[in-house]
Write a protein that binds this ligand. Sequence first.
Ligand SMILES: Cc1cc2nc3c(=O)[nH]c(=O)nc-3n(C[C@H](O)[C@H](O)[C@H](O)COP(=O)(O)O)c2cc1C
Length: 278
Amino acid sequence: MTEHQALLEQRYGAQTKPARMAWNAQIAALLLHRSVRNYLPEALPEGALEAMVAAAQSASTSSNLHQWSVVAVGDPALKARVAELASGRKKDANRFINDAPLVLLWVADLSRSHAITCDGGGDAQVHDYLDAFLMASIDAALAAQNAVVAAESMGLGVVYIGAMRNEAQALAELIHLPRYSFVAFGLVVGKPADLPGKPETVRPRPPQSVVLHHDRYDFQRSMAGLDDYEAEFGKFREHMGSARRSWKESVVHYNRFDYMDGREKLRQAMVERGFNLL
Ligand SMILES: Cc1cc2nc3c(=O)[nH]c(=O)nc-3n(C[C@H](O)[C@H](O)[C@H](O)COP(=O)(O)O)c2cc1C
């Protein structure tokens, strides 16, 4: 098996794989992504954060407005409080935040644009609209994903933390965010600690027919592709020592209302922070 076949095997298992696919070193590295939830309590190599931020700033940004920021939390006491705010019902859900040297809080940030527009006699009314909120959130996500690629290229591990929205207002206050900004998600960064018996491996994805449509969206074809995914998903859960559960059961599980853990109040928190979402 070639190195490329092995990468596809990890990503798709026995499911249909692309028959022809372009390859280079960057694509190969992307296929190796896995979330890391066990960290060594070691500092990041010198310059790693700056490299991640340069990569993040190299992402496209809507209208060159740079409507995102990142708060790098390394102070252990502050990081512990951040972990607490993100833990929700399960008190130790994100305890690995305490082991990792750094958590990056990615901020969808209209604060600079708002001040500049008001000072410049412009019309900041656009910031009352859902599109401005989405623009800043998309910018933050694109920047963060570039930082992830940079981190992984340096042998570091990461995991995104959407649970940073559980207590959006409290977190914003904790890190002194200005109005017209909020933490869209967190990103834990550190050196992976692969624990014996808990190997964090590449998580298989459904076949491309589930997500790739040609010219017109084909719902039936997309859903049909999911049947093959169950077997790979089951193998992965078994490998991780997780309880037996189908992927479709997982979808139902994660869509339970109580899983929102406070995020059901997000709209209200956003309005308090200045986003009117019209
Ligand atoms: C926006 C976003 C938020 C996430 N939030 C969490 C989280 O709060 N806790 C967690 O353990 N993983 C979180 N994840 C990681 C996903 O569970 C993970 O990416 C997914 O299961 C696929 O696994 P992989 O990243 O190893 O391929 C999040 C991922 C994304 C993209």
